[in-house]
Structure formats: structure tokens, C-alpha cells
Design a protein around this ligand. Structure first.
Ligand code: NAD
Length: 259
């Protein structure tokens, strides 16, 4: 049986993944603001460092895999929090966990990206560059002119940047060469507490309902968790830096001509 770290383990797709891994007999070290083995706030550098250390200690320095699901939706007014959790809450934890993932000899990581990374137009390049340079405040400042839509730009920017970071890292010797497979899942609109909060907001509901989903319905957290569990399994050994879209066809609808 294996040991996995799962951030965002208290709700939505992170919880569904943690539940499935536990039901299969694996050990899960959940990280979340509450109801987790490691209670931590991933919106601060101190919280991230403490969480990373606590997980490694609980795992005795060896992790068979990690799922980075903690994240915030594009709620207006929370731009800096979105930037801190969605980008730095992935990158800083993975960098801290790399020795423990390498210690397993063969390990697999699934990062939650989003189909916002390909379907939200005009995300400022300066936002993405600032994320990759490690500057959350600059990433947010570069979206200022979008006013009420700034949070959507920070959200999509955080997902583009985290995916780019992952694809760069996935092929490097210290990751691929150390037996660590880094891949991402890009969900579309999945009915979780995160999406429900957006549907409950009259300013966001219309935009969500107007977004095309070719299969005709919202996605299900349990189904997404099945994909994540599969990507943690042995079949992902020959997969590095891939982004798996599970989004009811939205990405294909917008980008079928990009191939
Ligand atoms: P959710 O809100 O149900 O769960 C997210 C979890 O992250 C919560 O348990 C929350 O407490 C935790 N979290 C938030 N801020 C944190 C912090 N500062 N420190 C520690 N934990 C924190 O959301 P979900 O829909 O299951 O989303 C999971 C991931 O999937 C997120 O990264 C999200 O961006 C991504 N995603 C969601 C959708 C969707 O439609 N639901 C679509 C695409 C991508």
C-alpha cells in the first residue's frame, strides 16, 4: 500500500480523491484549512513551509505520490489569496516534497489545473510571467485594469502558470530522472462547493451557465477523482508533463483547430 499527500482534502475533488485512496487501503496525509491530518493555511509562505514539513515527517520521508487540489475559485476581492493558494500552494509544496517523492524510487503527482488555462482569453502575459518569477503581488497587479474581472484573470493566470511550471519541471532530470512523474488534470465545470459558491453569486452565475459544455451537463467530483486515482497508478509511469482535460468537451469546442 502507498502513502499519498493530498491538499484540499476536506472538500470537493480533493476529498473525493482522498476518500477513494483510503478506501483502496492507502495512507492519505490530507492538508487543508480544517478536517485534515495536517491543518495549514496554504495562502502564506509560513503555512506552506509548515505544511510541507509536517507531511514529510508523517510520511517518514517517503511519498509514493501527491495530489495538489487545494484551490480557490475566481471570487472577486480574493485575488491575492487565489494567487497564493493556486500557484504557490502547488509549486512550493512540490519543491519541498521532491526529496520524499524521489525517495520512493517511482512516484506520481497530479496537479489540479483547469480548462480555464486554455479557454479564458486575454490573460495578461505579465501575470503569468510574474507567477513564474515568484511574485504574487505583481501577478495580481497586472490584472488591475480588468476591474471586476480581475479575479477571473488571476485564476486563469494561476492555472496557466502552474501548468507551465509543471511541464517545465516534469522533463528535468531532478523530476523525470528521479522517477517522479508530474502530470496535470484540467477539469471543466465540476459541481463542487467551489462551483456552487459561484452559482450562488448572481454576478457569476450567468457567465457559468452561458459557458458551453458540449456533453450537456456539469461534471461530477467522484468521476474526476477516478481519473486522479488512475493518474497516480502504474499506467502513468510513461507519462510526464501531460495535461488531461476532463471537461465535457469545452476545451475541444473552443480549440478543435489548434491541433
Ligand atoms: P473545493 O472548494 O470543494 O475544495 C478546495 C479545497 O481547498 C477546500 O477544502 C479548501 O478548504 C481548500 N483550500 C482553499 N484555500 C486553502 C488554503 N488557504 N489552505 C489550505 N487549503 C485551502 O474545490 P474543488 O472544486 O474541489 O477544486 C479543487 C481544485 O480543482 C482547485 O484547484 C480548483 O481550482 C480546481 N478546479 C475546479 C473546478 C470546478 O469546476 N469545481 C474546475 C477546474 C478546476
Amino acid at each position: 500500500m502507498s502513502t499519498y499527500a493530498v491538499t484540499g482534502s476536506a472538500s470537493g475533488m480533493g476529498k473525493a480523491t482522498a476518500d477513494k485512496l483510503r478506501a483502496a487501503g492507502h495512507t492519505v496525509i490530507g492538508v487543508d484549512l480544517k478536517d485534515a491530518e495536517v491543518v495549514a493555511d496554504l495562502s502564506t509562505a509560513e503555512g506552506r513551509a509548515a505544511a510541507a514539513k509536517a507531511v514529510v515527517a508523517r510520511a517518514d520521508g517517503r511519498l509514493d505520490g501527491a495530489v495538489l487540489a487545494a484551490g480557490l475559485g475566481p471570487h472577486p476581492g480574493r485575488e491575492l489569496l487565489i494567487a497564493e493558494v493556486n500557484y504557490f500552494g502547488v509549486v512550493e509544496l512540490l519543491e519541498a516534497w521532491r526529496p520524499a517523492l524521489a525517495a520512493a524510487g517511482s512516484s506520481r503527482v497530479v496537479v489540479f489545473s483547469s480548462n480555464s488555462s486554455t479557454t479564458v482569453p486575454v490573460v495578461p502575459k505579465r501575470t503569468i510571467a510574474a507567477f513564474l518569477a515568484g511574485d504574487a503581488k505583481k501577478a495580481v497587479a497586472a490584472t488591475r485594469l480588468f476591474k471586476d474581472n480581475a479575479s477571473a484573470m488571476v485564476y486563469a493566470g494561476s492555472k496557466i502558470a502552474v501548468t507551465r511550471w509543471l511541464r517545465r519541471a516534469a522533463v528535468r532530470p531532478e523530476w523525470a530522472g528521479a522517477g517522479i512523474r508530474l502530470n496535470a488534470i484540467a477539469p471543466g465545470a465540476i459541481l463542487t462547493p467551489l462551483l456552487q459558491a459561484q452559482l450562488d453569486d448572481p454576478h457569476q452565475r450567468g457567465a457559468i451557465e452561458a459557458f458551453p459544455i458540449p456533453v450537456g451537463h456539469l461534471g461530477d467530483a467522484e468521476q474526476l477523482a477516478d481519473w486522479v486515482v488512475f493518474l497516480l497508478g502504474p499506467a502513468a509511469e510513461f507519462m510526464a508533463g501531460s495535461v488531461v482535460f476532463v471537461d465535457g468537451g469545452t476545451d475541444a469546442y473552443f480549440r478543435s483547430e489548434d491541433w
